[in-house]
Ligand binder design. Structure first.
Ligand code: TMP
Length: 241
């Protein structure tokens, strides 16, 4: 028997246990979710391998269980046009893409997403939870890729029609922990290596320093349950204001 046949069920079992514990933490805050989340726009962001997807799933499911209409979007993509743009952006066969081209493609995908899905959802009082947003462009194409921040913010303002998120949660993680969590087959962005990721990480932390009321930084190298407790508390405190 090869080791992978033994290891896979153990990983599945562990992730099911984590999910069950996150669900029970989320359950405690049902009342808060139903009063705080409708009509709000929250972004989960962070370096590759930050574990944000597990947290994203848990919050989206908790919001729905609390009776809140929840619209999940992921970037790049989230619309048929955006998914095509995503394929171009992440295709390892295409080789090096200049940062300004990347930035504009991400923004094009985002413009479509905002108009087609995010703005109508917010307008009818749904909770919108986004997996990445302009904070990713500022970190990856800006801090790591060298595109000036003011240019990204200017194009970003056009792409999103002025509707900035109410809260951006940054899942902060060191390179070693992040690498351990990434899939063995890396996409074009994930192949860029440790230095690139250090600049991405620093970029996120810099954004949070600039906008401490809109950003919440969580140490995502901790156990998922601890991370979720902090995310939960942070969202309740920030959105209650
Ligand atoms: P993900 O779907 O696994 O999060 O992958 C998306 C990749 O795209 C990730 O490596 C980050 C990158 N990215 C940017 O470089 N700029 C952006 O604006 C966005 C949204 C993502």
């Amino acid at each position: 028997m090869t080791p992978s046949i033994v290891v896979q069920p153990l990983i599945d079992q562990r992730s099911m246990q984590i999910r069950a514990r996150l669900d029970s933490i989320a359950m405690r805050d049902h009342a808060a979710w139903s009063s705080l989340l409708p009509g709000r726009f929250v972004v989960f962001d962070g370096p590759d391998g930050s574990g944000k997807s597990t947290q994203f799933r848990a919050l989206a499911d908790a919001a729905r269980a609390a009776g809140v209409e929840t619209v999940e979007v992921r970037e790049p993509g989230g619309t048929p046009i955006g998914e095509r743009i995503r394929d171009v952006l992440l295709d390892p066969a295409l080789g090096e893409m200049v940062s300004r081209c990347e930035m504009l493609l991400y923004m094009a995908s985002r413009a479509q997403l905002m108009e087609e899905r995010v703005q109508p959802a917010l307008a009818r009082g749904a909770f919108v939870l986004a997996d990445r947003f302009i904070s990713s462009t500022l970190a990856y194409q800006g801090s790591a890729g060298g595109v000036p921040e003011d240019q990204i913010r200017a194009v970003g303002g056009i792409a999103i029609g002025g509707r900035w998120p109410d809260l951006v949660v940054i899942f902060d993680v060191d390179w070693n922990t992040a690498q351990g969590r990434m899939k063995p087959t890396l996409d074009r962005v994930e192949r860029k290596g440790a230095d690139y990721h250090a600049r991405v990480r620093a970029g996120y932390l810099d954004q949070a320093r600039q906008e401490p009321t809109r950003y919440l930084v969580v140490d995502s190298s901790q156990e998922p349950e601890v991370v979720f407790e902090q995310v939960s508390r942070g969202i309740r405190e920030r959105l209650a204001k």
